[in-house]
Ligand binder design. Structure first.
Ligand SMILES: [Mg+2]
Length: 195
């Protein structure tokens, strides 16, 4: 079976590093509203225009910080274990401009377990881009592990199963309405469900 694993906030601690960056550079404390980080609500709450919010995301994504992200707790041993049994690819909505950085980071942290890196380039601007469901179908992927309900729903719409990786920003989503989506609480939980 071929499994796709999302990068940010599943393998890489993107939110943690983004929060730290905003605090250091702009003295903006996003910790109390970290459940709102995906979408534009954190921008509204921080009195930032959408334009400025997006500029700050891109500034962070294209900075050296992305090269040095920490891994999500438990991800390294779990992915290594999954790699022994399944074919693994990384699937991210990151911009195409950081494809090489992402590839290098995955190789450094996950030692070549991923046979491929698929990029939708649709993290912020999705118009005209392929979604994760389409990429799963095209690449014969049977399961997506992702922290964003939006991507799990894209997969559900084309009958591809997904694990929604529990994070503060997906607590509002009720996956129980969807038979294709299963919430997982940690990497240990993923291993228990698959091995
Ligand atoms: Mg993610």
């Amino acid at each position: 079976m071929k499994i796709a694993i999302d990068v940010d906030d599943v393998l890489a601690d993107f939110s943690g590093a983004f929060i730290e960056f905003q605090k250091k550079k702009y003295n903006l404390d996003l910790e109390p509203i970290k459940n709102l980080l995906y979408g534009s609500e954190w921008m509204d709450r921080s009195n930032l225009s959408r334009e400025e919010g997006i500029r700050r995301i891109m500034e962070f994504v294209e900075s050296d910080k992305t090269k040095n992200l920490e891994t999500v707790e438990g991800s390294q041993p779990a992915v290594e274990k999954l790699g022994e049994k399944f074919k693994l690819v990384a699937l991210t909505g990151r911009p195409a401009s950081v494809a090489d950085v992402t590839k290098k980071w995955l190789e450094e942290k996950f030692f070549g377990v991923f046979s491929d890196l698929l990029i939708t380039d649709a993290h912020i601007f999705h118009e005209g881009k392929k979604d994760k469901g389409e990429l799963c179908i095209e690449n014969g992927i049977k399961l997506l592990i992702d922290d964003l309900p939006r991507y799990c729903l894209e997969c559900a719409s084309v009958d591809v199963s997904s694990f929604l990786f529990d994070q503060p920003h997906n607590q509002h989503f009720d996956e129980q309405e969807y038979s294709e989506i299963t919430r997982v609480n940690s990497w240990e939980d993923v291993i228990q469900k698959l091995i």
